[in-house]
Design a protein around this ligand. Structure first.
Ligand SMILES: [Zn+2]
Length: 514
């Protein structure tokens, strides 16, 4: 179906600033792509066969993009998991009820789409030695995203080092014999076999699902959980495939930062650079504890980061130095990490958190410009498209790009009871919009939500199935495993004592700077 999407205001491309905004405009979509953007009357005359979407009173803009999610259809909090230091949380989350992967992906797609997110990157947390299960979950998940209608990137992930805790072989010695027995298979195993299995799994998924509309990326989970040899093999294969993206959680917490200094005498970023790997196809999730030299290295190598503003606050990691990363030229992309500010994956609210969080203070009041609405929109559109493997294909309404767009109702923003016409619509959106204002969502030229009604999925039925699935609770085996981990928790908390003496200076006071 050919579509003309029309808006009272149109934002075409956040990187064009105010030049990318015009009024009474429209975009013509055909065969999944943007064909032309212009004034509504001309396009209507030129393409009379096209179906018109939008009432002419809305904001038409590119669909938003979540560069880092784990596709949790119900948040960790909804499933009873507490938010605490990540080192505590990862132990406590062993009690979480797992939802069927199809239902979880469908819910996650719905939660993203309803606030205007048209592309999401799902980074999977897999377990070493379970490639067949990871393959099955990936297939079900990707198919479910397609079914609901969201565009997705998918990165399978595992670790092959320090899975139990940072520096786990030494930690192991601190445990009593019965807990050592429990931990032995988690600490001692064939690390190379994990890599072999992962590389095969990746190639299988890439061959099956990587295409024009879906991207398969590398996602070895945690920078501290990957041996050098694993990094090297992933980077070599990613380059072979055309420098596809490699997505890794990095520098999320103080112990994480300290561990690199303990192990290598330098930061994770510097270590990767020493290995000759740091490059434009790396994206680091979190990057809260980057210091000045990390920021310079990331910028000079054209690496990206995903910024999980609310997650970093919830998990008590502080504030990533996004203002300075942006200033240095690092590609900063939005990532909700399933923990957005309202616990509902509202991507617009998350953009607002980023906008507010990085309004740094200072004395040089003439030369410290705040990030404006266009900077923030880039974080949630074109910058995020790059980390999802869709650079130059998604994130703007320009001819040739994918027809991913949203129509946003403006009444509450503009008529409550009045909004100055001197402020541009991008600023109004960043200051006043909410996910519920998104009226219509178009992905690849297909309408997937209109008047807030989903066209490909019965929401009532989906909710019913999710409630039924979650009622099963957790198995006795899972409970026993989680309870044993709780017995390990005091040893884990003791383990990190003294690590604060590692000689490192994080960027902000909130990030444990003293
Ligand atoms: Zn994450």
């Amino acid at each position: 179906m050919d579509i003309i999407a029309r808006g009272k205001y149109v934002i075409t491309d956040a990187s064009a600033g105010e030049d990318g905004i015009f009024t009474d405009g429209a975009a013509y979509f055909s065969e999944g792509k943007v064909v032309e953007v212009g004034d509504y009357d001309s396009l209507k005359k030129k393409y009379p066969q096209a179906t018109v979407k939008g009432n002419g009173q809305q904001l038409l803009m590119p669909g938003l993009i979540d560069g880092h999610s784990h596709g949790r259809g119900l948040s960790i909090f909804q499933r009873g998991g507490p938010y605490d230091f990540v080192e505590n949380a990862l132990i406590d989350w062993a009690f979480l009820i797992e939802i069927d992967p199809e239902l979880s992906a469908m819910m996650s797609a719905v939660r993203h789409l309803r606030s205007g997110c048209t592309t999401m990157h799902h980074n999977n947390f897999g377990n070493a030695g379970q490639a067949a299960k990871m393959q099955e979950i990936a297939s079900k998940t990707i198919k479910s995203y397609h079914k609901v209608g969201i565009r997705c990137s998918y990165s399978p992930g595992v670790c092959n080092d320090d899975i139990l805790i940072l520096d786990d072989t030494h930690f192991f010695e601190t445990l009593p014999p019965d807990l050592q027995e429990f931990c032995r298979p988690i600490v001692f195993y064939d690390k190379k076999a994990v890599v072999d299995e992962y590389m095969d799994l990746f190639d299988d998924l890439y061959g099956r699902y990587n295409d024009d509309n879906t991207r398969i990326l590398f996602g070895p989970n945690l920078i501290e959980g990957i041996t050098d040899d694993f990094h090297q093999r992933v980077k070599a294969r990613a380059d072979e495939l055309g420098k596809i993206q490699i997505h890794i959680h990095a520098l999320q917490s103080p112990p994480n930062k300290a561990y690199a200094l303990k192990k290598y005498g330098k930061s994770w970023v510097a270590h990767l650079d020493d290995l000759g790997l740091l490059d434009e196809n790396y994206t680091f999730g979190h990057m809260v504890f980057a210091n000045e030299s990390d920021i310079e290295l990331l910028a000079s190598k054209r690496a990206s980061i995903t910024h999980h503003a609310s997650c970093n606050l919830s998990i008590r990691n502080g504030i990533a130095p996004v203002y300075y990363l942006h200033k240095a030229g690092v590609n900063v992309a939005l990532g909700m990490d399933d923990k957005a500010i309202n616990d509902d994956d509202d991507i617009i609210m998350e953009l607002r958190v980023i906008h507010r969080l990085h309004r740094v203070s200072g004395f040089d009041i003439a030369n410290t410009p705040a990030l404006d609405a266009f900077d923030i929109l880039k974080v949630g559109t074109i910058n995020a498209a790059r980390v999802c493997g869709f650079e130059g294909e998604c994130g703007a309404l320009k001819p040739g790009m994918k027809a991913d767009a949203i129509l946003v109702d403006l009444r509450e923003m503009m008529e409550d009871p009045w909004m100055s016409p001197d402020i541009n619509i991008a600023e109004v959106f960043i200051h006043r919009a909410k996910g519920v204002h998104v009226n219509t969502v178009i992905v690849g030229g297909e309408v997937v939500m209109e008047d807030r009604k989903f066209l490909n999925v019965d929401i009532d039925k989906l909710y019913e199935e999710v409630r039924k699935d979650i009622a099963k609770g957790i198995s006795p085996q899972q409970r026993e495993y989680a309870e044993t981990l709780q017995r390990i928790k005091p040893y884990s908390q003791e383990w990190y004592k003294g690590w604060e003496n590692m000689d490192y200076k994080p960027f902000y006071v909130m990030n444990s700077r003293k």
